[in-house]
Unconditional design. Structure first.
Length: 588
């Protein structure tokens, strides 16, 4: 290998480590890869930034706009509600209908958007049917991934693979080319999930959110005593706020609610709902006679005509991930008070100001009812408690669905390439009033766009320095064991990588290697390319390998091992099917 080749390998290894550890945002890693390759003159400026205008990048951006238009129109909400009706009528039939409907929708709409809309619908429907939401959420996430593998536009990973194939001089993937194997894998996957239901944990959450988040030791109702030093003091100057690490959530005086934000003067008999260590309040009460009648707080004590407890999941596409509660300033944006955070390592309650928010975290908020629509409209959160407040716009819905169907028809019939059809659809969605320009801009997941651009540049560097050929040579020994062994080994390698890092990045790294491997052996590259494409979207093993898994992780109260237990056999099943069927559908 040349020094440039070794350097590119080093860059790739560092990028993979950073993707897996997430010490640095993936998009920033991808941009750093582009800058490094330019600075070392391994790639020219035009080669390094070509990914920003690449067909895959443009198509993915357009698909985000189309998906947002469908979501805003209420089309996905209506589908989810219709599917959930079957669950309440006949559980087994409803279960299959929900998973099948999720898969079909995800074949044509960004599956992240589909799952984001379905999460609150499925949680409410499961509780109405007296079943645990955890029995639905993980299977729905897996079904969305299986459905996305069936078409070119079902997942951005397929678009990345197709673009790299074209750049290498091959034929682009057909719109439904992946359906023969994808459809079989989908059916087998749904049957497996139905048989594996017993292994899906039943985490039956409390309907009382205060109990669900175990808020007993942190939420207390106190009464201001007549002789308390807080009497006559403004709330902001009261010993309650100056001497104690707590927050006053609401004040009740003579059966009327007072807003703490108004900084009222405290009076004898005022009843305060406070958040903080109850032990500290008890100590202050005994020492200064500050409060009396310490009582636990339930949902009904906090909620009233003005305030409502709300449970939200931090979206995988959230712009606030990696920021602290204090930096996000939920109070300024939504008048919301954060009470607790649920994450894999456990619950966090009390003083949350410096707690960093991660994608998939579940937050318990106390928010004015009038501000909840703004919270639902925010792309940073998925509201999973209470009834949805979205309004229906039939005309917008019909236009959005018609535009999406037109994009599918034009691309499937080969009238236009998927990039042109999707771009025309995105423009039509804005012109038809489905989205305004600000919404369209905000709908694009720029982290994904920059990630794709950076990884496509790394793929170009692989080819320019011969790294793809050198790595492919290491895999040629498998050729002697037959096509099945080659497909299985490449599928397994891709599966391991995509379980710990972005599926788009995995596809961008391994597709050039698959193409070079086929060239060195003098065989068709199609089966090896398909192995990478399907495996890169088969992130069943961990809750961090795919966005939809991350979103349902906290909402379903899962543990890391739950995904290994249910997703492990499905991953093995997918590998066996790929090794057997891919060489038959796409011969070497």
């Amino acid at each position: 290998m040349t020094p440039d080749a070794w350097f590119v390998i080093a860059v790739a290894v560092v990028a993979v480590v950073l993707f897996v550890t997430e010490w640095v945002a993936p998009a920033l890693v991808a941009l750093a890869v582009m800058a490094t390759l330019m600075a070392t003159e391994i790639l020219s400026f035009d080669q390094a930034v070509q990914g920003l205008s690449d067909e895959a990048t443009v198509t993915v951006a357009a698909m985000f706009i189309l998906g947002a238009g469908l979501q805003k129109s209420g089309a996905v909400d209506g589908l989810g509600t219709a599917l959930a009706v079957h669950l309440r009528r006949r559980r087994w039939v409803g279960w299959f209908v929900i998973l099948g409907g999720t898969a079909v929708a995800s074949a044509f709409v960004n599956n992240t958007a589909v799952v984001a809309v379905l999460i609150p619908i499925l949680i409410r429907s499961a509780r109405d049917a007296d079943m645990s939401p955890s029995r639905l959420l993980m299977p729905a996430s897996f079904a969305s991934m299986l459905g996305g593998m069936c078409t070119l536009m079902g997942t951005s990973t397929n678009l990345v693979v197709s673009t790299i194939v074209v750049d290498g001089g091959g034929e682009p993937l057909g719109f439904f080319e992946m359906l023969p194997f994808g459809g079989i894998l989908l059916v087998v996957g749904l049957v497996y999930l139905s048989l594996a239901r017993r292994f899906i944990p039943e985490r039956r959450a409390e309907r009382e959110l205060t109990r669900c988040f175990d808020m007993g030791p942190f939420l207390t109702r106190v009464t201001i005593a007549a002789g308390s030093p807080s009497v006559g003091q403004h709330l902001s100057r009261s010993p309650l706020t100056t001497h104690l690490d707590l927050k006053v959530l609401s004040i009740v005086r003579d059966d009327a609610s007072l807003a703490p934000s108004g900084d009222p003067r405290l009076a004898p008999g005022d009843v305060l709902q406070v958040l903080g260590p109850r032990r500290a309040i008890e100590e202050m009460s005994l020492r200064e006679g500050l409060v009396t009648g310490l009582e636990p707080v339930a949902d009904l004590d906090l909620e009233n005509d003005d305030l409502v407890l709300t449970e939200v999941v931090v979206s995988s596409i959230s712009s606030i991930a990696g920021k602290s509660i204090e930096e996000v300033d939920l109070w300024e944006r939504f008048d919301a008070k954060p009470l607790a955070i649920r994450r894999p390592e456990g619950l966090r309650r009390g003083n949350l100001a410096r707690r960093v928010i991660n994608a998939g975290d579940v937050l318990l908020l106390l928010i004015p009812r009038a501000r909840r629509p703004a919270l639902e409209a925010a792309r940073d959160f998925i509201v999973i408690s209470g009834e949805p407040l979205r309004s229906s716009h039939p005309h917008r819905l019909y236009r959005a669905v018609a535009i999406a169907l037109a994009v599918v028809a034009l691309a499937a019939a080969g009238v236009f390439p998927i990039s042109i059809a999707a771009s025309m659809g995105a423009i039509a969605m804005v012109l038809a009033g489905g989205l305004d320009l600000r919404d369209a801009y905000g709908a694009i997941e720029w982290d994904v766009v920059f990630l794709l651009a950076g990884m496509l540049a790394l793929g170009t560097a692989f080819s320019a320095t011969g790294v793809d050929q050198d790595l492919a040579a290491l895999l040629t020994s498998v050729h002697g064991y037959g096509a099945e062994a080659m497909v299985a080994s490449l599928f397994a390698l891709t599966l391991v990588l995509t379980s710990t890092m972005s599926n788009q990045a995995t596809a961008a790294l391994l597709t050039p290697i698959a193409i070079s491997l086929a060239a060195s052996l003098g065989v068709s590259s199609r089966p090896l390319i398909m192995a990478v494409a399907f495996a890169a979207s088969s992130s069943f093993l961990t809750p961090v390998g795919y966005q939809t898994n991350t979103m349902v992780y906290g909402a379903g109260h899962y543990r890391f091992g739950d995904f290994v237990r249910v997703g492990g056999p499905l991953s093995l099943l997918a590998t066996v099917l790929a090794a057997w069927l891919i060489p038959q559908i796409w011969p070497l």
